[in-house]
Design a protein around this ligand. Structure first.
Ligand code: TXA
Ligand code: MG
Length: 315
């Protein structure tokens, strides 16, 4: 029997091939340190169109563009002093900056928001950085999942999500965070549009100014901060102590029974919980449970980002 697989390990040869595919305008899946990205050449509108189509993503929801360093960002976007500081401390890493696009930039207009701003991120994953350097183009990459669904953190989950509609998925050794990057807008002040691994407190410490948080209920306003998002495809209930009939319990901490219980972190680590969240949400659905009850999760550090995603998953 012959198995069809579109998953490739990150060998030198495969990275070269992947970089060429990107350059040519093909869409492939590349791991980052947060989640998998569905990646395409940001200069090529044809690649961007393909990404929107594959994800079934509404056209008004802009895409993050990935760069290998700040000079590459500066080629396409207007930078500022605060950006330079934040990049120095947190990039490469799980943070995305929204900046005005530079006049004359060749980046496809389709990735921009209505104000002609571009979301820029320098990822920390070796595979992704190598492809950025080899292809020598900025790479647009939303999370590699169907629109409004849970992001993917493993090659096998990307494959299940898209089947053979994408021809090339690069294998990842390790995804460190498991949750999407923090997204910040940098207009009059710095405000967090999507909480993530880089927290308000971390940024305030570096910038020595207040960083604002947009409230969950206001977030229909910010581009792409869709309310109904991150859905595992079955109902999610928050702050629960028990599973519903035919449902599973997703639990933070130690629990006396194991039956239908899935553990985010037995050692009370929000970091571990973030890394396991999407894998467990997907697994519970695949096993045929009818709902997911989630226990209370501390709202500190990356816990804020976990609660943000779960709130949307449950809405
Ligand atoms: O960790 C991540 O950020 C991953 C990896 C692949 O880099 N990417 C990711 O992309 O999560 P996506 O498309 O799933 O989520 C990006 C979010 C969306 O809510 C989108 O609306 C917002 O960022 N966004 C993108 N470009 C924007 C822009 N120009 N202005 C405002 N929001 C933007
Ligand atoms: Mg996404």
């Amino acid at each position: 029997m012959k198995f069809y697989s579109n998953i490739y390990s990150a060998t030198k040869k495969n990275l070269k091939k992947a970089s060429l595919l990107i350059k040519l305008g093909k869409v492939i899946a590349i791991p980052t340190e947060t989640v998998y990205g569905l990646a395409g050449n940001a200069y090529k509108t044809i690649a961007i169109k393909k990404i929107y189509k594959l994800k079934k993503r509404p056209k008004n929801n802009p895409l993050i563009v990935h760069f290998s360093n700040i000079r590459e960002i500066q080629n396409e976007a207007e930078i500022n002093d605060q950006l330079i500081k934040l990049v120095k401390y947190f990039s490469p890493g799980p943070i995305t900056y929204i900046l005005p696009i530079k006049k004359g930039s060749r980046i496809s207009k389709l990735v921009l928001n209505k104000k002609n701003q571009i979301a820029c991120r320098i990822p920390k994953n070796k595979t992704f950085l190598t492809i950025l350097k080899k292809s020598q183009v900025p790479i647009a990459a939303p999370s590699a999942n169907l629109s409004n669904k849970v992001s993917t953190t493993r090659a096998i989950d990307v494959q299940k999500e898209f089947g053979n509609k994408i021809s090339y998925i690069l294998q990842s050794k390790k995804i460190s965070f498991g949750l999407e990057s923090t997204v910040i807008s940098m207009e009059k002040n710095i405000s967090i549009l999507r909480p993530g691994p880089i927290t308000k407190e971390m940024m305030e410490k570096v910038l020595k100014i207040k960083v604002h948080e947009t409230k969950f209920k206001n977030q229909g306003v910010a581009p792409g901060q869709m309310r109904k998002h991150y859905s595992p495809g079955i109902p999610v209930f928050l702050n629960q102590k028990k599973a519903k009939p035919n449902g599973a319990l997703l639990f933070f901490g130690k629990h006396k029974t194991n039956k239908n219980v899935f553990f985010l972190s037995k050692k009370y680590s929000t970091k571990e919980a973030a890394a396991k969240l999407y894998i467990l949400l997907r697994r519970i659905k695949e096993m045929g449970f009818r709902s997911i009850s989630v226990s209370k999760i501390p709202n500190t550090g990356i816990g804020k980002a976990i609660n943000d995603r779960l709130k949307r998953a449950s809405s």
